[in-house]
Design a protein around this ligand. Structure first.
Ligand SMILES: Cc1cc2nc3c(=O)[nH]c(=O)nc-3n(C[C@H](O)[C@H](O)[C@H](O)COP(=O)(O)OP(=O)(O)OC[C@H]3O[C@@H](n4cnc5c(N)ncnc54)[C@H](O)[C@@H]3O)c2cc1C
Length: 433
């Protein structure tokens, strides 16, 4: 795999070369053939060819080189601030509605394509990649899968263009892994519901205009009493108490949300009342699949950082890359990336190619992110080690990559929970549960 930034000269050359912007309209037109009938894909969807996906990858790499430079990625991390102009740029590029219907501003390109974009954005900046996925997968794709025509017409165009920022709020202080024990309530009133509660660790929470909030409509019914709501964050009573200070994924703004007597009209109920767990769990499978491309990007970034360095730096008269201990680390990093990539894209291809009768295997979605996330943290650690003292310096990307990668062992269900999910899927197959 050629590194994204093989050497400083190539990086400078790439920064000097003006890259032609492909207008969003042209990109949409090129996707116009994709129309179908699937519950998991927009109408008229046809799976992309390998050439389509390669072209998309090239476009995304060009975008990242132009808009998410090393300096932008470093500043996002060091200042713990998301570059908010990025939303509109990603919207213009067509990235924000990869799995959404063209009628609502999407490009109907499917889950392989979503993984490609997620991987290459995360390669440039893990935190921009994470915020991207919270918007395009957790919010936009949930609306695409579960929204009515009216809801999609109202919310998706602003979200896919980047004028509006989206997120999803299910976790609470005391309801993380055991998310269905959430305490946020939704009480039925004339014309809608009144929501009360606290949500924790919400990606894009400090900036979002639209958040999909899960709340208990029937607290006595446990997991069968949860409903999903589309909440306009400008509604009275909705606020972000604080932006959280994190180890990694800095600049992917994470918030603690306070919901105090927030009125949500009936037309903003997402999916059936008291069936929010189905919406949530189905969303989680596809969320884990698309998020597994985040660690792929970070593994590539680790290689991008390490390979040029160990070939340039000499100790004992030889480039570091000529020493077998270093070669062993490079071989492990490369192999971990390739194995994780093969896993993620094979699952995404199966979802796209079964679009008439979608096959989404819970154990495969959980397995893809379980494997990729742990390998990405290892690659981040190896990158630091290969760079020696410079690996420990914040002016290099290695530490940031490692800190960003660790999140993927926690967010969207921890590694331990993913193992439980895989085990339970086997229990169901064997009829023992
Ligand atoms: C940066 C960031 C962004 C996030 N973004 C969002 C978001 O946008 N929306 C949202 O809703 N949530 C979000 N989350 C929340 C995330 O999904 C939770 O943090 C995660 O599910 C873990 O929950 P917890 O933190 O409460 O950990 P806990 O559930 O308290 O777990 C602590 C430890 O115990 C282990 N554990 C728990 N239960 C078991 C068990 N049964 N068996 C074995 N081990 C167990 C866990 O694996 C973990 O190691 C985000 C979190 C972070 C850090």
């Amino acid at each position: 795999m050629p590194p994204l930034l093989p050497c400083r000269a190539a990086l400078l050359q790439c920064l000097r070369t003006p890259v032609q912007r492909v207008p969003r309209a042209a990109f949409l037109a090129s996707q116009r053939q994709r129309r179908a009938a699937s519950t998991k894909h927009p109408k008229g969807f046809t799976p992309p060819t390998n050439d389509d996906l390669e072209e998309l990858r090239e476009r995304t790499i060009e975008f990242a080189r132009r808009e998410i430079t090393f300096d932008v990625a470093q500043a996002t991390d060091h200042n713990n601030e998301f570059p908010n102009d990025m939303w509109q740029k990603m919207g213009e590029a067509g990235f924000l509605g990869i799995t959404a219907d063209e009628d609502y501003g999407g490009v109907a390109f499917g889950y392989q394509a979503h993984c490609v974009v997620m991987e290459e954005l995360s390669r440039a900046s893990g935190s921009i990649g994470l915020s991207y996925a919270a918007h395009s997968q957790l919010c936009v794709n949930q609306l695409q899968l579960n929204g009515t025509d009216e809801q999609k017409t109202k919310f998706l165009p602003g979200l896919t263009s980047g004028e509006q920022i989206g997120g999803l709020a299910m976790s609470e202080h005391n309801a993380g892994s055991d998310v269905v024990s959430m305490k946020t309530t939704a009480k039925e009133v004339d014309g809608g519901y009144v929501l009360n509660g606290h949500k924790m660790w919400i990606t894009n929470g400090p900036d979002a205009h639209t958040i999909i909030v899960y709340a208990k409509t029937d607290p006595s019914a446990g997991s069968k009493g949860i409903t999903a709501f589309i909440v306009d964050t400008s509604t009275r009573g909705f606020s972000c108490a604080r932006k959280l200070d994190k180890l990694g994924m800095r600049g992917s703004n994470t918030g603690e949300i306070i919901i105090e007597n927030v009125f949500v009209p009936t037309e903003n109920i997402l999916g059936p009342v008291n069936r929010g767990v189905r919406v949530l769990m189905e969303g989680l499978d596809l969320e884990r699949l698309v998020l597994s491309a985040g660690p792929l990007g970070l593994m590539k970034a680790a290689l991008d950082t390490t390979l040029p360095y160990v070939h340039e730096r000499k100790q004992f008269g030889e480039p570091l890359a000529h020493y077998q201990f270093v070669q062993g680390k490079l071989a492990d990093m490369y192999t971990k990336y390739r194995a994780s990539s093969a896993f993620t894209y094979s699952v995404a291809r199966a979802v796209d190619e079964s679009h008439d009768n979608p096959s989404i295997r819970t154990q495969d979605c959980a397995g893809a992110i379980l494997y990729a996330a742990e390998r990405a943290t290892e690659c981040g650690m190896d990158a630091i080690q290969c760079l020696g003292g410079m690996g420990y310096m914040n002016e290099m990307a290695a530490g940031r990559i490692m800190r960003d990668a660790k999140l993927y062992e926690i967010g969207a269900g921890t590694s331990e929970v993913r193992k439980l999910v895989i085990g339970r899927a086997f229990n169901r197959e064997f009829g023992t549960r």
